[in-house]
Design a binder for this molecule. Structure first.
Ligand SMILES: Nc1nc2c(ncn2[C@@H]2O[C@H](COP(=O)(O)OP(=O)(O)O)[C@@H](O)[C@H]2O)c(=O)[nH]1
Ligand SMILES: [Mg+2]
Ligand SMILES: [Zn+2]
Length: 328
């Protein structure tokens, strides 16, 4: 008798995938964490399973018995459970290697380190291009209230959800927590942003069972492990069910910064507040960089589009225009 189950890959180590089973024709397997291997066919296609993938796995009666036998080790069971299908992958990031990311909490600090909006905007464009919803988090807000407010306004006006928080002063955490609990059910979220902005501290506050290393200790660990490319999903109990948080010890989330996966023509589409103006420029081939009669430049002059956002656009455009036109 062959059984089929569906679930999410939450962890992968050396060719071994751990699948959290959400449904199975054998009730005993539902809710279990199954150690699996990938079918040979994935090695021959260019689509190998990734953490975050929803997959179908197949196994037999003998495997089921073995799984219930505590003494049998994971490797032996895994050789009998096979990932047979990858289901509806929506997106895939290379660094960190992660599929189906839904939300990217793009984090900065109001000070210490000083916010670099071009980095934030790059992360936003990468997220938008991959159909990941960017959520903006301004952390350490107690350090500079004025800057916090200024940045809040920039991103609010651009059409993003923005949260201003301080872990030290316990400010805004409940509001962000509420957002997480009502939006993350069935979804995968990750925190991105420069090293030292307070991502791990904030995640520990929102998800106390995580216990991530913070500050100097985490810097040392990052340096030591930065070749491991390890990602793991942690289940978080939301209002209507579980959601997943990606944890990536071993490298900084700043690796999302590699953004040269899309072409310069795609760039304006990753700036959501440009959308209202695209098509209204004087020239149909307007690059929105310096042309007269550019509807986007006019909006920047009027203050309807933040200058910092357009500056970031110019910076990215400059890099992308020198890249050959290949896709991903
Ligand atoms: N002033 C202030 N410092 C904070 C706050 N949250 C975290 N930190 C400190 O910022 C440093 C970096 O935090 P960490 O969470 O490791 O940042 P990560 O590198 O983004 O994960 C640590 O020394 C934290 O104690 C905050 O709300 N206010
Ligand atoms: Mg950290
Ligand atoms: Zn234009």
């Amino acid at each position: 008798m062959e059984y089929k189950a569906q679930g999410r890959i939450v962890k992968g180590i050396g060719g071994l995938y751990f699948v959290s089973v959400s449904s199975c024709d054998e009730p005993e397997a539902t809710g279990k964490l199954l150690p699996c291997r990938a079918r040979g066919k994935f090695r021959h296609s260019n689509m190998t399973p990734l953490v975050g993938d929803t997959v179908e796995v197949v196994f037999n009666e003998r495997t089921l018995t073995a799984l219930n036998d505590e003494k049998k080790d994971e490797k032996n069971s895994a050789s009998e459970i096979m990932i047979s299908e990858i289901i509806n992958r929506k997106n895939a990031l290379i660094r960190p290697p992660l599929a189906n990311l839904d939300y990217m909490f793009i984090s900065m600090a109001s000070a210490s380190p000083a916010p670099i909006l071009s980095t934030v905007d790059k992360l936003i464009s990468i997220a938008e291009f991959n159909e990941i919803e960017p959520v903006i988090v301004i952390g350490k807000c107690e350090l500079d209230k004025d800057i916090s407010k200024e940045i809040f306004e920039i991103y609010k006006k651009a059409g993003f959800k923005v949260f201003t928080v301080s872990v030290y002063e316990d400010e805004g955490i409940d509001v962000l927590s509420e957002f997480v609990n009502s939006n993350l059910t069935g979804k995968i979220a990750a925190f991105a942003g420069a090293s030292g902005v307070g991502k791990s501290s904030l995640m520990n506050k929102l998800f106390p069972h995580l216990r991530l290393d913070t500050g100097e200790i985490s810097k040392k660990i990052e340096r030591g492990k930065n070749t491991t490319r390890h990602v793991e999903l942690f289940a978080h109990e939301c209002r209507d069910g579980i959601g997943y948080i990606a944890d990536t010890p071993g490298f900084s989330m700043l690796d999302f910064e590699h953004f040269d996966f899309f072409k310069k023509d795609d760039l304006p589409l990753t700036m959501r507040e440009f959308n209202d103006y695209i098509g209204l420029c004087k020239y149909t081939k307007c690059t929105h960089t310096k042309e007269e009669g550019c509807a986007i430049l006019d909006a920047v002059t009027r203050g309807d589009i933040a200058k910092s956002r357009h500056d970031s656009f110019l910076e990215m455009y400059d890099v992308l225009k020198n890249k050959p036109d290949w896709k991903k």
